[in-house]
Each structure stands twice: as C-alpha cells, then as structure tokens.
Design a protein around this ligand. Structure first.
Ligand code: GUN
Length: 286
C-alpha cells in the first residue's frame, strides 16, 4: 500500500510547543519573574521589522515580556555593543536577540559574540554552536529554525536515524546547525551549497532533504527521490507572494512529506525562540 502524502504544516507543531510552554510561563511568573526577551533591530529592513514584530507578538500572547530597541542603520557598533552590554547585565532579561542581517559594514560575528552565551536564545554564539558540534558538550541554546525542523520531523513521525540527509545551504543560522542536529540524530548528512557539483544527483539520494538556499522554487521534482521527506526553509518574496526554495506543486508529486511555505517551518522558528526564552528563565531560577 502506498502511504498517504503528509503535508507538514507548522501550526499543530507550534500549538503543541505552546501548550507545553504556557504552564511553565505561568509558574515562572507566579514565582515572581516573568520570562523576558530583549530584541534589537538595526536599520529598517522591512523583512527584519516584520519578523521581529512576529516574535514580539508571539511573546505577548504567551505572557512573555519583551523589551525592544530599534537603532538607525548608522548607529555604529559601539552603540550596538552598549545596548547588548546593558542587557547582558540586566537581571530581568533572560534572552537577547539581535535580528540579522545587520546593515552592511557591521561586524556581525563580533556583535554576536558580545551577547552572553547564557542569554543567547538564538544559539548563534560560538560557544553554543561549538557545543552543538562537539560530542560530550551540550549547547545552552540551539538555533531556532533548525531546532524547529527537528520538532517538525518528530511531530510527523519521521526519525532521521539511519537516513541519508542532504542539507542545501551552509549558513550559520540554518544549514550548519541543521546538519549538526541531523548528525546528532544519527542521520548521514551531506551539506551542499551553490558550489556543489552534480547537485540534482546528490539531492536525489536524500531520504530527507532540507532546503535553505534562498532561491525561489530552486528544488524541482527531478531533484527529489520518490518518497523523500522535503523540508523547505526558504522564504522568498516573488510578485508580492511568499514562496519557498522548493517548487511545491512539482515536488508534491514525488515527496512523501513536504512543508508548505508559508505556514510550514516559519511558525516554528518563533516557537523555538519562545521555548529558548522560557528555558533561559527556568535555568536562572534554578
Ligand atoms: N534572521 C533570519 N533568521 C533569524 C533568526 O532566527 N534570528 C535572528 N536573530 N535573525 C534572523
């Protein structure tokens, strides 16, 4: 019998994560500390402003407090570091998020390292990313989008153990931590990118294909193995519509499971951020 196609929507996974967090937020608040997230946006990139609004709105709905700072794009690195430094020392702040990308000219890696690793709810600090890569170490936080993908796979009953996984994209935010998480989950992982040769053939070997390459509808059915699980992390604006990195209608005909864009992975990035803020608050409370 052929298994039915699974449309891996994010909402039910997000709802389950929020159902787990709600009583924990209530307990922390009742004990005298409302979990608190501080967000910094530099410049006026519309997508960044919209993403941060989504994060702040989600926090508000859940009862997580948020503090926001919006600096002009020419604020300069010293001012950014000053804001982060204040937040690093503020007892009431559990998590700090610097929305990326920073405007051109800023030393992104330098700014990321300024955030205290135990408040780094994005999981971007080298101490957290390094701990994710090393056996015997546990990161304090894992990058939200790849952590959300792992939640998505678990929710839909997909076990990466023993699977061949291809991660398309090698960014710090998605590709690299995604590959590390899948490796930890006992998949055999290949990281592919724009310079990889024979990309269609490589992708066709994947039981699990995670796509975060930033090119609209890049992955077509001819790049997907029959029965593969395909996770589309891309969000591209084309003719005022949001489309993923996967040609959805085409790939749907061969994949066993596929995430839509929007309403796939997107909600889970925010949900895992909320999860990380709650974990940070609980850790501090001991
Ligand atoms: N820009 C795109 N995704 C993210 C994310 O998960 N965190 C931050 N801080 N910036 C981003």
């Amino acid at each position: 019998m052929v298994s039915p196609f699974i449309l891996m929507e994010g909402a039910p996974v997000r709802d389950r994560i929020y159902a787990d967090l709600a009583p924990r937020i209530a307990a922390a608040s009742a004990a005298g500390h409302v979990p608190t997230l501080a967000t910094l946006v530099v410049g006026d990139d519309p997508a960044s402003l919209s993403y941060v609004r989504g994060k702040v709105n989600a926090a508000e709905k859940l009862g997580i407090a948020s503090i926001q700072e919006h600096l002009p794009s020419d604020a300069g690195e010293a001012r950014i570091r000053h804001v982060i430094d204040e937040w690093n020392h503020a007892d009431g702040i559990d998590g700090i998020l610097v929305q990326l990308p920073l405007p051109s000219g800023y030393d992104t890696a330098g700014v990321q390292q300024t955030v205290r690793a135990d408040k780094d709810v994005d999981g971007f600090h080298p101490a957290n990313m390094g701990a994710l890569a090393l056996k015997g170490f546990s990161p304090m936080f894992v990058s939200c989008t790849p952590a959300g993908v792992m939640e998505m796979l678990a929710f839909y009953g997909i076990d990466p153990a023993g699977a061949r996984a291809v991660v398309l994209g090698r960014s710090n935010i998605v590709g690299m931590p995604m590959a590390l998480l899948l490796t930890k989950a006992d998949a055999t992982v290949t990281i592919a990118h724009s310079r990889t040769g024979s990309l269609p053939e490589l992708c066709r070997q994947a039981d699990i294909l995670v796509v975060a390459i930033g090119k609209p509808r890049f992955v077509t059915a001819s790049m997907v193995k029959e029965g593969a699980v395909v996770v589309d992390v891309g969000i591209n604006r084309v003719d005022d519509r949001l489309v993923g990195d996967v040609a959805f209608d085409d790939v749907r005909s061969v994949a066993a499971a596929l995430t839509p864009v929007p309403k796939g992975v997107g909600p889970l990035t925010v949900a895992m951020l909320m999860h990380n803020v709650v974990v940070a608050a609980e850790r501090k409370a001991g």
